[in-house]
Write a protein that binds this ligand. Structure first.
Ligand SMILES: *Cc1c(COP(=O)(O)O)cnc(C)c1O
Length: 355
């Protein structure tokens, strides 16, 4: 037998793991600088590590109270009801739950191009079809409600990413509201704030409180340094929050994930240190990399290097792993994650040699 027709489905291409690359190059992992997956250069919060260790002996139990506690803590943080927080296996899992809850077979979604590949993948798993709106290099990759609305044709779901991966551009809260206003009341606007902590622009969670057609995605993978634990969530309108119980995979976030998340939320210093290094790194890359770069509100900078695949390949041989953005439709660019100051400096030095 065979799976159903998956020819429309494109496999997700993750940035390569550090062990994988080290093995290929015959190097030790600690000789490499990995700036390809927008991970936290400082690792997880030490408090999260302690929580993971502390709760290891009780993982034979299903995560019940920890999930309740984490939903409560996040609800508190965002000033929403606990039911409005949909915990999931990463922000990606939260995207799946929204697609499960919203899409009827054959309905359409609208995604950014270039953009995060998982929006389209998730919509297709849920029997949706995918249309695109452009974020144009000719416009400096700026985002505008006007462009989204010009391309909108009654889709059931619109995905907005702010700060946007891989360009780093933002859409203002007023712009997001204009998209929600300008679309059908049966169209859900999903605002992906995976990089929200790195931006000065406020979150649009308050908009979720005012309307019933906007949801926000957040993750512990980036600023909180918990990518390996797989923890994210959606904040959804109160009116349909109860749909979670009908769509979520039971115990959507693991005991260890919930405990780590609770501890990480408490560790504001770790997030602050991370965000400070990222701000410094963005400036350093802009100021010192000898090619065109774009203003970024995320923990990465998009850089036009000529041949992205070749530069990625050659930088890797020098021990610096960056993200070739060919799979995003930007073969002339690479995306560099802001590392520690030392890592970012080394990446810029290596790339400048190659440019
Ligand atoms: C990293 C990322 C996410 C979420 O990733 P998870 O690890 O699944 O939480 C969501 N959207 C964008 C644009 C991202 O870059």
């Amino acid at each position: 037998m065979q799976p159903r027709d998956l020819s429309d489905h494109v496999a997700y291409e993750a940035g390569r793991g550090i062990e994988e690359v080290a093995r290929d190059l015959g190097l030790e992992a600690d000789e490499l600088v990995k700036l390809s997956s927008n991970e936290n250069a400082f690792g997880p919060s030490p408090k999260a590590v302690a929580a993971i260790e502390a709760y290891a002996p009780t993982v034979h139990s299903y995560p019940k109270s920890s999930a309740v506690d984490l939903r409560d803590a996040l609800a508190d943080r965002w000033d929403v009801g606990s039911g409005q927080v949909w915990l999931a296996n990463g922000g990606d899992g939260a995207l799946d739950y929204l697609a499960r809850a919203m899409l009827r077979p054959g309905e359409e979604v609208l995604v950014p191009a270039p953009g995060f590949a998982y929006y389209a993948m998730s919509a297709r798993y849920h029997h949706g079809s995918v249309n695109e709106y452009p974020i144009r290099k000719a416009d400096g990759f700026t985002q505008s409600a006007g462009t989204v609305l010009e391309h909108y044709d009654g889709e059931r779901v619109i995905y907005l990413t702010t700060p946007h991966n891989p360009t780093g551009s933002e859409l203002s809260p007023a712009g997001i509201e204009a998209v929600a206003e300008g679309t059908d009341k049966e169209t859900l606007v999903i605002v992906d704030e995976a990089y929200g902590e790195f931006s000065d622009t406020p979150s649009v969670v308050p908009l979720v409180e005012e309307r019933d057609d906007v949801a926000v995605i957040r993750t512990f993978s980036k600023a909180y340094g918990l990518a390996g634990i797989r923890l994210g969530y959606a904040v959804v309108p109160e009116t349909w929050a109860e749909a979670y119980a009908r769509v979520n995979t039971p115990f959507a976030a693991s005991e260890i994930a919930c405990r780590a998340g609770l501890a990480a939320l408490e560790d504001r210093d770790h997030v602050e240190k991370t965000v400070d290094a990222v701000r410094w790194g963005r400036e350093y890359i802009h100021g010192n990399l000898a090619c065109q770069t774009w203003e970024s509100a995320g923990n990465f900078v998009l850089c036009e290097v000529g041949d992205g695949s070749e530069v990625t390949e050659r930088a890797q041989r020098e021990g610096v792993i960056v993200r070739d953005t060919t799979s995003f439709g930007l073969p002339e660019c690479v995306r560099i994650t802001c590392g520690t100051r030392e890592e970012t400096k080394r990446a810029v030095a290596v790339l400048n040699e190659l440019l």
